[in-house]
Design a protein around this ligand. Structure first.
Ligand code: LIP
Length: 267
């Protein structure tokens, strides 16, 4: 039996995320701060003291709201398998860390909550635009409290965002070939550098699809529920739903484009 997340607890999560957004906005000239940036395995894979601090605040605050929950989070050891039963959070404290380091002002806090392996709540907060996306299972998707829905644009009018899987450069050749095939059929491509925002921009109809060869569960866990509740579709490149905690390829769309873009990706 999947229990709904109470409005009170939803508001507690959103308040915590806004607090973390203020920390992100407080950061200035991160690159000049001694010891503020460290490198993780994989190409160009960075973590800052702000990622770690935001993650500490999120896990501490969420644990107070949900004492029995398990946590998957980008800046922690996730080697232990999440329990199949119960509550599990997937957290990306700063999605778009490289953008954050460069002060590109295109990063987000992403919090997804699963219960017994089923997504039940998701929220993505863009502190630079003051935009909070959220969805509870079966209750629709919202941007700053207003209902959102995907577009109905056809492929030739579509703006399609892409991810370059920068930590997995063995995919580069395939990624750019996929981008070319899609580019020749749509209006244009976009690359923002925050997967969570890429997914939410499809959910609110700004863009019409997004794909990336490799994405971690904390990048998409929240956005995928928001997109589905907004009437969109999200699958792996094989056209399958993501398994909880799965690192995989991803295609998000307004549903209208899904099969055609999937064919172009897999050509
Ligand atoms: C990043 C995503 C980006 C993707 C990168 C990475 P991070 O998240 O937002 O779109 O291309 O592979 O996953 O590492 O900055 O939280």
């Amino acid at each position: 039996m999947i229990m709904a997340v109470s409005k009170e607890k939803q508001n507690g999560i959103l308040a915590l995320m806004r607090e973390c957004g203020d920390i992100i906005l407080s950061a200035h000239a991160v690159e000049t701060q001694s010891g503020a940036i460290t490198v993780k395995p994989g190409e160009a894979n960075f973590v800052t003291v702000y990622d770690v601090r935001v993650q500490e605040i999120l896990i501490g605050g969420l644990r107070a709201l949900f004492p029995d929950a398990y946590f998957y989070a980008e800046e922690k050891d996730n080697s232990a398998a999440a329990p199949a039963e119960g509550l599990c959070f997937f957290i990306d404290p700063i999605d778009g860390t490289t953008n954050f380091i460069h002060n590109m002002q295109c990063s987000a806090v992403s919090v997804g909550l699963y219960e017994n392996g089923v997504p039940v709540f998701g929220a993505v907060y863009d502190p630079y635009r003051g935009e909070m996306y959220h969805a509870a299972r079966g209750k629709g998707a919202y941007l700053n409290g207003d209902p959102i829905s995907v577009s109905s644009r056809p492929l030739e009018k579509a703006l399609i965002s892409v991810g370059t899987a920068p930590y997995n450069r063995a995919h580069a050749d395939q990624t750019f070939q996929r981008m070319c095939r899609v580019f020749l059929r749509c209006a244009d491509l976009r690359r923002c550098g925050s997967a969570a925002l890429d997914i939410c921009w499809v959910a609110c109809g700004r863009t019409d699809a997004y794909f990336e060869d490799v994405l971690s569960p904390w990048d998409y866990a929240a956005g995928a529920l928001i997109l589905k509740e907004a009437g969109g579709e999200v699958t792996t490149y094989a056209g399958q739903p993501h398994k909880p905690g799965e690192k995989a390829s991803i295609l998000c769309s307004n549903k209208v484009l899904h099969q055609t873009v999937l064919e172009l990706i897999n050509e």
